[in-house]
Design a binder for this molecule. Structure first.
Ligand code: SF4
Length: 610
């Protein structure tokens, strides 16, 4: 039996009963740009881990026939960053094929919530069941004393929400309820975080991977982080205890992907160095690479103390980690303390980065702008220090953002302080609160200038020179990545993490709160933008590749060195601006010396007692 998904019919006129088929349509929504158009690309940058997790869980439901022996569960998945989602077309597809359907909007972050709600309302108007999950819902439920208005309003319209993680067969209940037309307003699993070992594999069908640049797939091997950073939502959603998949799990995930021709992966754990089973997981991957001939490579995320874990970097690189994202956040100890990021010790930054570099890994760091003691001048000074004294490849800037689900958000909420009401702006690329020391204009200009300064022609050349002098430096790869970051910010006006190749825009997909534009105005501007941007790409790509060509063929290519690369004497190290000019830098040196003295005393005691 099929159901008539017709816009003109009222929801209550259609019941979902006696189906022989049921469609689970999993959608990872994008968010709107400043003009109100969904940010979409012909090829997007990063595949979605949540989509992979949910697809794997849905496949498991399909295998276990959770809706009954005679019901066929059909799966459909869409990553809206690289494919257009058209509710009417999907409703028609279900109508033609027959059966009921559930629209699962997954992994919805705060900035994606307005887009998710717009989609949800369109699907509801087509009389389809909708459930929204992800960090926004989970973060709000976990931290706020009451459910936010935007969620309550949507619940009143019949939209269902899921808070928490869907492992441990929790998707069964949502599917069964949806099948019987009895979806609850809220599925709340926030107080019950599941174990991850031996759960269904996070897996994305190949059709998603080929729509991303670099053809990476993504999966998580663990969740939870022991630290307490006040801007972080992860600890309040995924907890502070490390939960990990097993070595057998990682081998199975890699083998399944490899069978689809996928060999590059983003391991999305927010801090893989604190995964309690990191070593067993790396050992299994090392075995796959070195004994079984798998040509696989990884991007991972770690903290700034990862080099202190015995053999962590060595094993990571043996396992095929070629790129590493590090939560540097700031170089002023006073700011790090204010954000409860006590584990970040600026006295460790240079050694940590130099060790990754020695092993041939490309380093990315996140840098937050707008901590309490930041001023426009101090921010620009800090970027100069980083450029000169840290051997870092890529730097990504973020506004300090009170993300719903973080301690910072809760504090501002309690104080009734101003926070922008538009959740679409909570993408860390927009300012959504005021700063204690900077005016709004100063903060915004410092953020823009930071990007400009780091991705200046001079600094791109410095990073290329540093790479060219290293036998595993891969300068061409670094140039590609730096150019991508630079051009996404300069020409596309989006954060590189949301970037992609060839921007797609659809006039009718504009945000519901904004009017549809006249087709002539929309298309003439869109085509002018395409031409203008591609001319900009051509100019910068030619300019930088010419620079690269000259550098590669330069006779003194191997003679380059600078402060960032050199391991100086104790005195030279202490004289760096990293310690002299930053707020709390000299105190950090004193503290580091005391800690080192204690370590030395303990080591001496151990030797004498042997
Ligand atoms: S280290 Fe990273 S994941 Fe852990 S609490 Fe801090 S920001 Fe969150």
């Amino acid at each position: 039996m099929s159901v008539d998904y017709d816009v003109d019919r009222k929801p209550e006129e259609v019941g979902q009963k006696n189906y022989r088929k049921f469609h689970l349509i999993i959608i990872k929504p994008t968010h709107y740009d400043d003009e109100g158009y969904p940010i979409q690309w012909l090829r997007s940058a990063i595949p979605s881990n949540t989509l992979a997790c949910l697809y794997g869980l849905a496949e498991d439901c399909q295998k276990r026939k959770v809706l009954g022996e005679s019901i066929e569960l059909k799966l459909h998945s869409y990553d809206e960053t690289n494919i257009r989602v058209e509710p009417k077309r999907l409703a028609k597809m279900v109508q033609q094929d027959g059966g009921g359907a559930l629209i699962a909007l997954v992994g919805v972050q705060s900035n994606q919530f307005p887009r998710a709600l717009d989609l949800a309302r369109q699907f509801k108007a087509l009389n389809m069941e909708v459930c929204i999950g992800g960090f926004h819902v989970s973060g709000c439920i976990s931290m706020l004393p009451e459910v936010p208005q935007e969620i309550v309003e949507a619940q009143n319209e019949g939209i269902s929400f899921f808070a928490g993680e869907a492992e441990n067969q929790r998707l069964d209940e949502v599917l069964e309820d949806s099948f019987h037309g009895t979806l609850k307003p809220l599925y709340n699993y926030m107080n019950d975080l599941p174990n991850l070992d031996n759960q269904p594999d996070p897996i994305l069908p190949r059709k998603h991977i080929i729509r991303t640049l670099g053809s990476h797939s993504s999966f998580d091997l663990g969740r939870g982080c022991p630290y307490q950073c006040s801007f972080c939502t992860i600890i309040n959603v995924q907890g502070r205890k490390s939960r990990s998949r097993s070595a057998d799990d990682v081998e199975r995930i890699i083998r399944r992907n490899y069978a689809q021709g996928i060999d590059r992966f983003f391991i999305t754990d927010d801090n893989f160095a604190r995964n309690k089973d990191w070593e067993a997981l790396f050992d299994r991957i090392i075995d796959l690479r070195h004994r079984q001939g798998f040509n696989i490579k990884f991007l991972i995320q770690v903290d700034t103390l990862c080099h202190r874990i015995d053999r962590f970097i060595e094993k990571a690189c043996a396992a095929g980690v070629t790129r590493v994202f590090i939560g540097l956040e700031n170089i002023n100890p006073d700011n790090l303390l204010a954000a409860k990021k006590r584990q970040n010790k600026i006295t460790e930054y240079r050694q940590m980065l130099q060790e990754w570099r020695d092993h041939g890994a490309t380093t990315y760091a996140g840098y937050i702008i707008g901590f309490p003691s930041d001023t426009r001048e101090s921010i620009l000074r800090d970027i100069e220090i980083i450029k000169k004294e840290l051997p870092l490849d890529l730097l990504e800037f973020f506004y300090l953002t009170p993300l719903p689900g973080s301690e910072d958000h809760l504090n501002l909420y309690r104080k009734n302080a101003w926070m922008d009401e538009d959740l679409n702006k909570y993408d860390t690329n927009h300012r959504v609160s005021h700063h204690g020391k900077m005016s709004d204009e100063e903060w915004e200009s410092a953020y823009k200038e930071a990007w400009k300064s780091y991705y200046s022609r001079e600094h791109i050349e410095t990073v290329l020179r540093r790479a060219a002098v290293h036998k595993r430096g891969r300068p061409s790869n670094k140039l590609f990545l730096m150019l991508f970051f630079h051009l996404m910010v300069k020409l596309e006006g989006v954060h590189p993490l949301e970037g992609g190749f060839f921007r797609l825009k659809y006039r009718k997909d504009r945000r519901s709160t904004l009017p549809l534009e006249n087709p002539f105005v929309f298309y003439s501007r869109y085509f002018a933008e395409i031409i203008g941007k591609h001319w900009g790409y051509l100019k910068d790509v030619t300019r930088f590749y010419w620079l690269y060509y000259k550098l590669k063929n330069s006779p003194d290519r191997m003679n380059y060195s600078d402060t960032a690369l050199e391991k100086g004497s104790e005195e030279e190290e202490e004289g760096l601006r990293l310690y002299k000019d930053t707020a709390g830098g000299e105190a950090a040196i004193e503290k580091m010396k005391k800690t080192q003295a204690i370590r030395d005393r303990v080591a001496a005691k151990n030797v004498s007692s042997q």
